[in-house]
Design a protein around this ligand. Structure first.
Ligand code: C2E
Ligand code: CA
Ligand code: CA
Length: 404
């Protein structure tokens, strides 16, 4: 056998590992043939013959138990080596639920194996899965997520999800230009839970699809009520818009555009009253996003690139995606008065947006100084706690009645 850190070569007839031994390496066959055998009362029984590209020896890496078979090269064979550390690193980076599933499947496999094979020989294979530090934590995480997902599903059914509206101020005229719809979970025991705490779970599952459609429908209905009240108070007021957050998982849903068009039509709004806020994600095929954005534009929706400058909402996307609005992320706004570079960055983004013909929203305006600075840059819209916190439609209507 020749070996280095990553590959090992075995001459035909050489044993790679033995049944019952401890294993801390798994293998993928680069070339050659490997036979897996197991001993019973009559002698060795062939379990499988593996060829190029197949993985073996992985189970011992996961549950620390003894090898359940003997592996022998039956031709000259070259193997890629996978260490326990490499395997664990990958496994630990996956969904807790998947990790739990892997453990459950291995436990079941070992159990069925030990029931069919010779009991004395396999007594050690019946040992429970090791209680390594990750195991319990992983189980709790996985179960916790399942429970939360079920709770969230119920919440949607029981109408515990509420849409709040954060005003966007037209910084030139000083009147509200529109709102951003932000979902809240009105939990029966935990009170109001912000989106940040459950949207990522909704995005990991398919729940974001019905939640997104629910928010859109509610936002359309509430905008009509707000618009009606405002026209009564200020007859010549320009129309308001509502921004609705769209996650990448929704973009990937085949008939998503048709469904939003249906809802907007059914409720009686024009698509230009809806601003779809997109935070780009690498998980969605970029070409697909370009098509999606173009289609929404054709249909008359207004489009905003959200959280610009952070994560995946990057410069590259400005080249091909045709947005109407760019939202400067609050992270930069927060720092602009303490950090000269942050101020330059905000000014730079404003100039860039203007050159591209986008309207600009500065997010996270928390102080009067923030609002003044942004207004001096001739930014069109401001959003943040200093202008107004996200609030219920009833509270918004009350303020509209008092002619904001
Ligand atoms: P976002 O789209 O960037 O929304 C703005 C977030 O910043 C909101 O948090 C809002 O409450 C908060 N915020 C607004 N002004 C200020 C301020 O002056 N200071 C500070 N510190 N925060 C401010 P929220 O409601 O917890 O939402 C978090 C994120 O969850 C949103 O970020 C959005 O990405 C997502 N989200 C919210 N509602 C929905 C929804 O209906 N669908 C989808 N797909 N995502 C949503
Ligand atoms: Ca947003
Ligand atoms: Ca944002």
């Amino acid at each position: 056998m020749t070996q280095n850190l990553f590959t090992q070569a075995f001459a035909s007839g050489t044993r790679i590992y033995s049944e019952g031994g401890q294993g801390d390496i798994a293998y993928v066959i680069q070339s050659g043939l490997v036979e897996l055998t197991s001993n019973n009362e009559e002698g060795p029984v062939t379990l499988d013959v593996l060829t190029k590209g197949q993985l073996f020896g992985e189970m011992s890496l996961i549950d620390n138990a003894a090898r359940t078979a003997t592996a022998t090269a039956i031709k000259d064979t070259v193997l890629t080596v996978i260490s326990r550390e490499q395997f664990k690193e990958r496994l630990n980076n996956t969904e807790p639920m998947l990790r739990m599933l892997v453990r459950v499947f291995i436990a079941r496999y070992r159990l069925s194996f030990s029931q069919t094979a010779d009991a004395e020989h396999n007594s050690q294979l019946n040992s429970p899965l090791p209680d390594d530090a990750m195991s319990e934590e992983t189980q709790l995480l996985a179960i916790g997520k399942f429970r939360q997902e079920n709770e969230l599903r119920e919440a949607l059914k029981n109408e515990e999800l509420q849409v709040h509206y954060q005003p966007l101020l037209n910084l030139k005229t000083g009147v509200w230009a529109g709102f951003e719809a932000l979902v809240r979970w009105n939990h029966p025991t935990r009170g109001s839970i912000p989106a940040l705490e459950f949207i990522s779970l909704a995005e990991e599952t398919t729940l974001i699809i019905p939640i997104g459609l629910y928010v859109l429908r509610q936002a359309c209905k509430d905008l009509i009520a707000i618009q009606k009240e405002r026209s009564r108070v200020i007859p010549d007021a320009p129309p308001l818009f509502v921004g609705v957050n769209i996650s990448s998982k929704q973009l990937a849903e085949i008939d998503f555009i048709e469904r939003i068009v249906e809802i907007v039509k059914e409720i009686g709004l024009h698509p230009s009253n809806i601003k779809l806020e997109i935070t780009e994600s690498m998980t969605v095929d970029y070409e697909f996003v370009v098509k999606w954005v173009n289609r929404c534009k054709e249909l008359g929706f207004s489009l905003a690139i959200d959280d610009f400058g952070t994560g995946f909402s990057s410069m590259e996307h400005l080249l091909e995606l045709d947005f109407d609005t760019l939202k400067i992320d609050q992270a930069f706004i927060k720092k602009m008065h303490q950090n000269e570079k942050a101020m330059k960055l905000v000014k730079g983004i404003v100039n860039l947006s203007r050159a591209f013909g986008y309207s600009i929203v500065a997010e996270g305006l928390e102080t009067e100084q923030d609002v003044d600075t942004i207004r001096e840059m001739a930014v069109e819209y401001g959003q943040g706690y200093h202008i107004g916190k996200p609030q219920s439609v009833e509270d918004i209507l009350e303020q509209v009645k008092n002619a904001v």
